[in-house]
Design a protein around this ligand. Structure first.
Ligand SMILES: [Zn+2]
Length: 75
């Protein structure tokens, strides 16, 4: 759980949002959502489907990308 919190915080920072709510609102009003790689040493981000839980990270070559909405517990 704390990894998810860390990753969510990092994703918010990297996308230039001030808080979780801002990221969630932006993601809900768009067809894509900021996603972040869940591997501990990687912070690759990309926009993917809002319900993405195992997106492909080109840095790690693993299916480790998770969307901000999933991280925030919205979906
Ligand atoms: Zn990665």
């Amino acid at each position: 759980m704390s990894l998810r919190k860390d990753k969510l915080r990092k994703l918010i920072e990297m996308q230039g949002f001030t808080d979780e709510l801002e990221l969630v609102e932006a993601a809900l009003s768009d067809a894509v959502c900021p996603t972040i790689c869940m591997n501990p040493d990687c912070s690759y981000t990309e926009e993917m489907e809002p319900d993405q839980r195992e997106g492909w990270c080109p840095e790690c070559k693993t299916n480790s990308m998770m969307s901000g909405l999933v991280l925030a517990g919205i979906i």
